[in-house]
Design a protein around this ligand. Sequence first.
Ligand code: 3PG
Length: 306
Amino acid sequence: MKVLVATEKPFAPVAVDGIRKVVEDVGYELELLEKYTSKQELLSAVATADGLIIRSDVVDAEVLDAAKQLKVVVRAGAGYDNVDLASATAHKVVVENTPGQNSNAVAELVFGMAVMAVRNAYNGTSGTELKGKRLGLQAYGQVGRNVARIAKGFGMEVSAFDPYCPDEVMTNDGVKPVHSIDDLYSGNDVVSIHIPATPETRKSIGYYFITNMPLKGVLINTARKEVVDEDGLAKALRERPDIKYMADVKPDNAEALKEEFGDRVFFTPKKMGAQTSEANINAGIAAARQVVDYLRDGINKYQVNK
Ligand code: 3PG
């Protein structure tokens, strides 16, 4: 059996060592395709793979057509909007993710961005503190829960909107449940987005919610760029010079936004939320174990295309 790790944005070497050990310990072969720059490289490499480990790498119908022996794809991470699930199902390929494995890394970056925003991008002027401020989480999944945990250390008041999460899960964590997105945006000084990119959430955050934020509101997006309506965001930032937008997912119009709004916006050059050794080790090794578990024993606990 051959397992291909195809990562345009590579894992830390220590994580690759761990993946290799898991795969080779059961007698399987590991192939590494890192930093590839053309889809053709992926199409060629995937042709002989039985299992595939990816990050944000796109696995579409063309890749699945080329992957004649493929049985399982594990996205080492949370969001699987980069995989064509319907096509995978049609090709009888199991798709899995590794929920929770990189969520602390993303949550810590939220605070890196929050501090940067309230300290005016460290430009020497007087900023504000996070202590005593209200933090609203849009979704209370694995990342949202880690953000809530860290927020307590900062002394923030935390609330969350998540129609899929029972109120008592939040209240048990000392988080106030909020029952409308309107209330989440209008009632919090900092809002942090943790929703997946789906047809329903695409462009769902825009002018209306952003301009409803209180004075000096900070919006942080470490989820997916697709969930924000970029034109609405630009219009809101234009009308509300007190608002800031920080994102780990560079918008398509990043350069124009940076030029117009300067330090009120910040974008990482590449998605960096999960880019830590720890997250790479956790998600990468979990992915390797899941690939082996499926290929060897048919275990599909984390399958997302059931
Ligand atoms: C995820 O969905 O797990 C994160 O967005 C991380 O993506 P990455 O593996 O491409 O950094």
